[in-house]
Design a protein around this ligand. Structure first.
Ligand code: ZN
Length: 397
């Protein structure tokens, strides 16, 4: 006869074989990584609550309060925000080899290099993006010499359809669209023809076009009809001439029409001519909210105006956008713009485990627009930790 204690032991050893290692404390951890006690904000599922995020095998395993079970590694996120990894659809991170790694430390787990290079030197940026730690894609500048101080397509011959097509054919896996910069100091009188050629290239591959709007010579009523579903308008808050809002605070009909047919509107913070507080305020007040935020990041922008993606997002907290909407512009909304991001920008169970841990600090923070206008905000988001494909990466703050 077994006594009671022996019986329990035998039962554990036969009926629950799979649990034996745990009984003896030698089990592998249930999760690879556990992010504990943070405020989870996941607009893709309308979640805003104190929860844990458990990760295993590079995927989100569970998101709920007080997740039990051990983990190989834990991030204490109490007092912090836990959001899907940030997606920045307008950067120039491909211009330098360390670019992608630098923005990864800011919480950016997916990015687009938007037109840093054209056909002539596209392999330079393609190679940087290919070796990036996080998923990234390239938009090819329709100007074959890329970004030029004298203007990418001031000489219309540089908008070379054949050269761009060949470059895309050789890099189909990395080039995800065409960039057309249309400002008067970039394209001059050629803005319409440059956009027409960009669409000609894109249509051969069924790719989107991103236009850089603002201070164009042609009015938007001439340019916007060329935009198709899935295209992106960046620098949407650019001041006149040819802003998206008129002097009577009405959003232009061609702008509303473009949004109705599925054109995305993106911030594109940058440093010159794109963002002015009063214009942004009027556009937000007209209830024309951005679909996506982006930094227009470059190494130069790292020390002025832009700094990092969470700082750019903070400007819109200052302008009165609710936190959930601000997070959505950098996550769920951005995940819909380019195919590579589909299924990302979410903490859904089973999704790739890309996570940004941010801190929302209260205080007085100075923000500067592209015209040296300073404003003080009461909150600023700071990057604290980044998780990419389930692994914590080095952060620089
Ligand atoms: Zn740019």
């Amino acid at each position: 006869m077994l006594n009671r204690r022996q019986f329990v032991f035998v039962a554990a050893g036969t009926a629950a074989l799979s649990r034996i290692p745990q009984v003896f404390g030698a089990a592998p951890a249930k999760y690879d990584l556990l992010i504990k006690g943070g405020r989870v904000i996941d607009p893709s599922r309308k979640i805003n609550a104190i929860q844990d995020v458990a990760i295993s095998g590079g995927r989100i395993g569970a998101v709920q309060a007080n997740i039990a079970g051990d983990a190989a590694e834990t991030i204490d996120a109490r007092g912090k925000l836990v959001v899907p990894g940030l997606i920045d659809i307008h950067t120039h991170a491909g211009r330098l080899p360390e670019g992608p790694k630098l923005i990864l430390g800011d919480g950016v787990t997916g990015f687009i290099d938007a037109g840093s290079q054209g056909a002539d030197r596209i392999t330079e940026v393609v190679n940087v993006v290919k070796s990036a730690p996080q998923p990234g894609r390239v938009l090819i500048n329709i100007g074959r010499a890329g970004i030029l101080p004298e203007g990418d397509t001031m000489d219309i011959k540089r908008a070379d359809v054949t050269a761009a097509r060949e470059a895309i054919m050789q890099n189909r896996d990395i080039i995800a669209g065409v960039k057309a910069r249309l400002s008067r100091d970039v394209a001059g009188m050629n803005d319409y023809e440059v956009l027409r050629r960009a669409q000609e290239v894109a249509s051969s591959f069924n790719l989107p076009v991103m236009i850089h709007m603002g201070q164009t010579i042609s009015p938007l009523s001439k340019l916007f009809p060329l935009l198709k579903r899935g295209d992106v308008v960046t620098h949407m808050f650019a001041p006149p001439p040819n802003s998206i809002i008129d002097d009577n605070d009405h959003i232009l009909p061609e702008v509303l029409e473009a949004r109705r047919r599925g054109v995305w509107f993106d911030l594109g913070n940058g440093r010159t001519g794109h963002l002015r507080w009063d214009v942004a305020e009027r556009i937000l007040k007209a209830n024309f909210l951005p679909d996506t935020f982006s930094t227009d990041w470059s190494i130069e922008a790292r020390t002025t105006q832009v700094f990092d993606f969470p700082n750019v997002m903070s400007k819109f907290l200052m302008l009165g956008m609710p936190l959930d909407k601000v997070i959505a512009c950098a996550t769920a909304n951005a995940s819909r713009t380019f195919k590579i991001f589909n299924g990302r920008g979410t903490l859904n169970v089973g999704a790739p485990a890309d996570v940004a841990v941010l801190e929302l600090r209260e205080g007085n923070f100075e923000f500067v627009d592209n015209f040296e206008n300073k404003r003080t905000g009461r909150q600023r988001l700071f990057p604290v930790a980044t998780v990419l494909a389930g692994k914590k990466v080095a952060s620089h703050t």
